[in-house]
Design a protein around this ligand. Structure first.
Ligand code: NAD
Length: 301
């Protein structure tokens, strides 16, 4: 299809969306639209909810991709349950998506659909910015699901001598360790969740990539009181921003990183892929804080 050229002086128009299950409450659409407005664009970001059954979702996904391209979408974000099943429908994968074997951002370039993974780059840049100088001898990642896979990929590239990935499913932990091992200059192995307390005693840092800490999953996946002095803790949960884990870690005197940086980073990186313009990351962080606070005020935990 041919899109009519933009008239001189008229705002650039960008149409994007988020395909996934239960995406209506996502804060990514307002984050993008606020950033687009700052760039003087007419920026429209639509959540597109798909059916819960993955097999049916894959058929629907193919049709949605074809129509999105035909209607003139610039690109799409995709999330659970189609981050992996979308891959055969794409023409090319960026390094981030190839490494983790999952896609969360698709951009249409000419007649090609290119998959990226900005969860990987989002966590990686947040880590570099917030915890860039922390010790990395022994790091424990708890949770080997979708988000944990992106975190493991980013961590594996960051010079960690011994990365242990723990999950209640040891098979999932082992599979993720195997996937990211080639990216690491150190050792990477899987572990069961029952090993976590013993692992924490010698850990330089630990990351929570389980749902523990969200309003619907109160509590902590691990206890930072078990960690040595000088250790650090990162939580990728960001709704709420101050999780029980981060508060306990700060009480213990440990350095912390919240999930806001990853959430902002994945959106900012996707915005840049869609538009080719640099995102204002400080403004996007403030937008996200405001959105999370507004959501908490409307539906307190
Ligand atoms: P998921 O369900 O795919 O994975 C969660 C994993 O945690 C599963 O493998 C599960 O077995 C494991 N797990 C659960 N309890 C555990 C425990 N006690 N010990 C060890 N492992 C345990 O979920 P996901 O998509 O990976 O998301 C996880 C959380 O990450 C979400 O709840 C969300 O809050 C957060 N998240 C944050 C961002 C961000 O940008 N900051 C992005 C995506 C997800």
């Amino acid at each position: 299809m041919t899109i009519a050229p933009r008239l001189p002086g008229s705002p650039r128009s960008v149409l994007v969306g988020l395909i996934g299950q239960g995406v209506a409450p996502s804060l990514t659409p307002p984050m993008h639209e606020l950033e687009g407005a700052r760039h003087g664009m007419t920026y429209v970001y639509r959540p597109i909810d798909i059916v819960p059954d993955e097999a049916t979702a894959i058929g629907e996904l193919g049709r949605l991709l074809a129509y999105a391209r035909r209607i003139g979408f610039t690109g799409l974000n995709v999330t659970h349950p189609v981050k992996q099943s979308i891959i055969p429908l794409l023409d090319e994968l960026a390094t981030s998506a190839r490494q983790v074997g999952a896609v969360n951002t698709v951009v249409f370039e000419g007649d090609r659909a290119i998959g990226h993974n900005t969860d990987v780059t989002g966590f990686g840049s947040a880590f570099d910015r917030t915890l860039g100088s922390v010790p990395r001898d022994h790091v424990v990642l708890v949770g080997a699901g979708g988000a944990g896979s992106a975190v493991a990929t980013a961590l594996a590239e960051r010079g960690i001598a011994d990365l242990v990935i723990a999950d209640v499913s040891i098979e999932r932990a082992d599979a993720l360790a195997e996937l990211v091992r080639p990216l690491s200059s150190g050792s990477v192995r899987g572990a069961s969740a029952t090993e976590v307390p013993a692992l924490l005693a010698g850990a330089s840092g630990a990351v929570n990539a389980t749902p523990f800490g969200m309003a619907a999953h109160p509590g902590m996946a691990f206890d930072p009181a078990l960690m040595p002095d000088g250790a650090w803790v990162s939580d990728i949960v960001y709704r709420p921003t101050d999780t029980a884990l981060l508060m306990a870690a700060r009480d213990r005197g440990l350095r912390t990183m919240s999930g806001l940086g990853m959430a902002m980073g994945q959106a900012a990186d996707a915005f840049e892929i869609f538009t080719g313009e640099p995102a204002d990351r400080a403004a996007m962080t403030q937008d996200l804080k405001n959105l999370v606070a507004r959501e908490a005020a409307v539906s307190p935990a």
